[in-house]
Ligand binder design. Structure first.
Ligand code: PGA
Length: 253
């Protein structure tokens, strides 16, 4: 992936209700983004809809993403889906450590193991980080630093350079309380500073950062122009093709 081209990922979460609706939504996105080289666009349906959505994306430039992956490769792990299985159905990106998964007990060390599984299968991990709330004293920065540190310490530099990091403040997810452009810019600089401290400036600058949390058609252009991130992870607004594609257009040069 070229760093200069933004990446927009739609995270469908536990939507839609049926295979027919998933297919229709994927078809609408694929048709609107036919063979466009930029920005990079990916959509992440539930596991059960991956194969049918993959069929719809075949002739488009929209990539397939998954919302999670097992930290194990194979074996007695009921309910899990492995990186090999995802790669086999055509998945290119895997969201890891989303706050909604961390809320169910996913730890930093599980996140690292999942990243390793995904990289082994030559897919791109999108690792989510973010604070629950903000405080006047700026303690929330230490939450971000700890999540970044766990990632850097668990991976080799070569692995780390292949990771996409999505900054998603939990207070902004699904709430309509989008972070301000200044909040996003400040966090982009902070994440790069921490990564520079833990690795070096070149490595830090090579890691793609996304913003996620109530990205909508009306705020995408400003967040993109001045927020300093190289794309978005979009939840709610990715469930309506016209909204999602309006966000895609907002970042198109
Ligand atoms: P949202 O979700 O856009 O609905 O806030 C973002 C996410 O959880 O990835």
């Amino acid at each position: 992936m070229k760093q200069s081209i933004p990446l927009i990922v739609g995270n469908w979460k536990l939507h839609p209700k049926s295979q027919a609706e998933a297919t229709a939504l994927a078809q609408a996105v694929a048709t609107k983004h036919k063979k466009n080289p930029q920005p990079y666009v990916a959509i992440a349906p539930t596991f059960v809809h991956l194969s049918t959505v993959a069929q719809k994306l075949k002739t488009s430039s929209v990539a397939l993403a998954a919302q999670d992956v097992s930290l194990e490769a194979l074996g007695p792990f009921t309910g899990d889906v492995s990186a090999a299985q995802l790669a086999d159905v055509g998945v290119s990106f895997v969201i890891i450590g989303h706050s909604e998964r961390r809320a169910q007990g996913e730890t930093d060390s599980a996140v690292v193991k999942k990243v390793q599984q995904v990289l082994k299968r030559r897919m791109i991990p999108i690792v989510c980080i973010g604070e629950k709330e903000r405080d006047e004293q700026g303690q929330f920065f230490s939450v971000i630093e700890a999540q970044l540190r766990a990632l850097v310490e668990g991976l080799t530099i070569a692995q780390l350079k292949k990771v996409v990091i999505a900054y998603e403040p939990i207070w902004a997810i699904g709430t309509g309380n989008t972070a301000t452009v200044d909040d996003v810019k400040e966090m982009q600089l902070y994440i790069e500073t921490v990564l520079t401290k833990l690795t070096d400036r070149k490595v830090a600058r090579s890691i793609r950062l996304l913003y996620g949390g109530s990205v909508k058609p009306h705020n995408a252009a400003a967040l993109h122009a001045d927020g300093g991130m190289r794309g978005f992870l979009v939840g709610g607004a990715s469930l309506k093709a016209s909204d999602f594609m309006a966000i895609v257009s907002a970042v198109s040069e």
